[in-house]
Design a protein around this ligand. Structure first.
Ligand SMILES: Cc1cc2nc3c(=O)[nH]c(=O)nc-3n(C[C@H](O)[C@H](O)[C@H](O)COP(=O)(O)OP(=O)(O)OC[C@H]3O[C@@H](n4cnc5c(N)ncnc54)[C@H](O)[C@@H]3O)c2cc1C
Length: 614
């Protein structure tokens, strides 16, 4: 504490304004108050801040870099995977906030540029009126009282300013969790031994091994021979000794297995590792260019090389529940499920690129379907107002090997942001929310288009369920009555949609007696069985699309029955989202209808859910 307070003592720092002979001591300290402070602007932190803000809280998002996105940013350039590699080869894509972001990127960044993506994220966050975004600022220390964080002390590098952030709740989405660690929140690092959680992929004995950090690179075809001379810091890549899983082709997108882990303190080692990773990355590129094994690389040159190693693992904060391998493999049903995952158990080898004989990842198992993540793994067991989302949550090392991908981190982010906003409204801490209000949290998440596997939405306030008559102008598959069945995707082979036969199409909800109505919401189709994230090596196939999903509803209008006549109550053109909302002054009505005009290419329109509220 005392050392940090000394940081603000600038009495020996005199700022002299030339010409006016004015001299002053710079005062660079400020205090800000919020409901919720989110630390770390990676995909988990962004989704957390946006969901908390949309659910009514005053939120600050503190990010220590100049760009948002964490490992997905242009600084590191990791692809946002989630449930993208099921055994079928197809995804079970995340919806909610992360999908909104990926769709926005489709509309704004057809060129798949990482630096444009940084600003898509910036645009997305700064559109939210309830979010204050503070960049280039590291949360360095928690101030606590009675096992509760009262403030985060933050250092803004660009302004030499100590910012004290007071908040009701703190959400640590920083990956490494410096704020949470300094609050005294209990955490683990390294690998659990097999016996502790009966994990078949854990080592026999616990140890300190943590998966490593990586520097990525990309190259481009210059259309002419491009010689490459390795700089002196290059570390030779011994291709003869490497396991064949260290694949070189396609070399345009870099090598995720240029990885250095740690059996010690991966955070303390970061700067040493950065230098080694630079050497290893250039070593592999030297092999590509100069070994003679890849004549097709003759005209390729480095286009970008990362300088900030992306990290996969460090602290995991302990909650009321520790997610483990068997929960994932058995698809355990949690009463407090709020998020989901399904990336394979992709545990990287201890040693990384320094352990060439082993495969870079063991890829222990692929999942055939998704698994649930409980809310009790997303808040601290001993710091009462601390939540977390991302790779730092309460789970074992083996469980992390699957859940660390950013689409999955994003679902946790939306869950904790929504939870924190509910805590603020109800004046409770996360554990009380888990014990007494979990259904309310799940209902809000489902309404906001988060997917919770095998959990039906059952919102008592949803008037659509009370309609006496629901009908559609045409149908090719599904049933219009499925729009109120509580499931907003086709799940495990079961149909939960209605699909039109041609366009325009109409869907009508009618009541025998008038109801008060002021909001209607629909969930349309984006094809969750196709990936839409930005790739470095773009491809169009069964699992990926590089275009705006043709299934997405493009334009539609809403009519409401007023005194027996259909009246226009709203119109949407060039829609960019799966969840479409209409709000209007409350009316007494016996019905409403959607007129569905157009998609981004599909012949028919598909819907998954309709809700109505007053
Ligand atoms: C090379 C590599 C390849 C990978 N491959 C994939 C892949 O293909 N797909 C995939 O989805 N995942 C992949 N992963 C894993 C994934 O990137 C991470 O697990 C994921 O980024 C974790 O998300 P997060 O939001 O918890 O953390 P991050 O993405 O690290 O975001 C945290 C953010 O918080 C900021 N921060 C940290 N400390 C502070 C602080 N004290 N104050 C303020 N801000 C702070 C950081 O700068 C960062 O921007 C890969 C990782 C690496 C390194």
């Amino acid at each position: 504490m005392s050392k940090l307070i000394d940081l603000t003592d600038r009495s020996s720092d005199q700022w002299i304004k030339m010409g006016e002979s004015e001299m002053q001591t710079p005062v660079r300290e400020k205090t800000l108050d919020f409901d919720i402070a989110v630390i770390g602007g990676g995909m988990a932190g962004i989704c957390s801040a946006v969901s908390a803000a949309r659910n009514g809280s005053k939120v600050v998002l503190v990010q220590d870099r100049a760009v948002l996105g964490g490992n997905a940013s242009s600084e590191v350039r990791v692809i946002v995977h989630g449930v993208t590699k099921l055994k079928s080869g197809l995804p079970e894509r995340e919806t909610g906030i992360i999908e909104e972001i990926l769709l926005l990127n489709r509309f704004c960044n057809e060129q798949h540029s990482f630096t444009v993506w940084d600003h898509v994220l910036y645009d997305y966050v700064t559109r939210e009126p309830n979010i204050t975004l503070i960049m280039n600022t590291q949360a360095v220390r928690a101030v606590t009282e009675d096992s509760k964080i009262v403030s985060a002390l933050c250092w803004q590098m660009t302004t030499e300013t100590l910012i004290t952030i007071n908040a009701e709740l703190f959400i640590d989405c920083s990956g490494d969790g410096l704020l949470a660690a300094t609050s005294g929140a209990i955490y683990r690092t390294g690998r659990e031994g097999k016996a502790e959680f009966n994990e078949k992929y854990a080592p026999d004995e616990p140890d300190g091994w943590q998966m490593g950090a990586t520097i990525l690179l990309s190259s481009k075809d210059m259309g002419k021979p491009m010689p490459f001379k390795a700089p002196p810091f290059t570390i030779k890549f011994d291709a003869d000794k490497t396991h064949t899983d260290r694949r070189i082709i396609p070399f345009v997108e870099g090598f995720w297995w240029v990885e250095v882990g740690s059996n010690n303190d991966i955070i303390k080692d970061a700067e040493v590792d950065m230098h080694r990773l630079m050497g290893f990355a250039y070593g592999v590129w030297d092999y590509v260019k100069n070994s003679g094994e890849f004549p097709e690389a003759n005209s390729f040159a480095l286009d970008w090389v990362g300088s900030l190693p992306g990290r996969r693992e460090s602290r995991r904060f302990m909650g009321d529940y520790i997610l483990k391998e068997s929960d994932q493999l058995s698809h355990k049903i949690f009463e407090d499920a709020v998020a989901f995952g399904g990336w394979p158990l992709d545990e990287h080898n201890p040693g990384g690129i320094e352990n060439l004989s082993q495969p870079p990842s063991f890829w222990h198992e692929h999942f055939d379907r998704v698994y649930q993540i409980p809310f009790r793994s997303l808040y601290s067991k001993n710091i009462s107002n601390l939540l977390f989302a991302g790779r730092n949550v309460s789970q074992t090392h083996v469980a992390l090997s699957s859940s660390r991908v950013m689409g999955t981190c994003a679902t946790m982010g939306q869950a904790v942001g929504t939870a924190a906003a509910l805590c603020v409204k109800k004046k409770v801490v996360p554990r009380e929310l888990a014990n007494n209000h979990i259904k309310e949290l799940q209902e809000q998440l489902l309404r906001d288009d988060a997917f919770i596997p095998e959990r039906l939405a059952d919102d008592v306030n949803d008037l659509a369920k009370t309609a006496n008559k629901i009908w559609a102008s045409s149908t090719t598959s599904g049933d219009v009555k499925l729009l109120i069945d509580g499931v907003s995707r086709d799940e495990q082979g079961e149909v939960h949609h209605w699909k039109s036969n041609g366009l325009n199409a109409e869907v009508i909800f009618e009541w025998d007696e008038p109801i008060s109505l002021s909001q209607v919401e629909i969930k349309c189709d984006t094809n969750v069985k196709k990936n839409i994230m930005m790739l470095k090596n773009t491809r169009e196939n069964d699992a990926y699309t590089t275009i705006i999903p043709p299934e997405l509803l493009k334009s539609m209008s809403l009519q409401v029955i007023i005194n027996g006549d259909w009246e226009d109550y709203g119109e949407i053109k060039n829609n960019q989202k799966r969840l479409i909302k209409f709000s209007f002054d409350e009316v007494l009505t016996k019905g409403f209808k959607f007129i569905l005009h157009d998609t981004y290419g599909a012949e028919n329109v598909k819907l998954y859910e309709v809700r109505a509220y007053k």
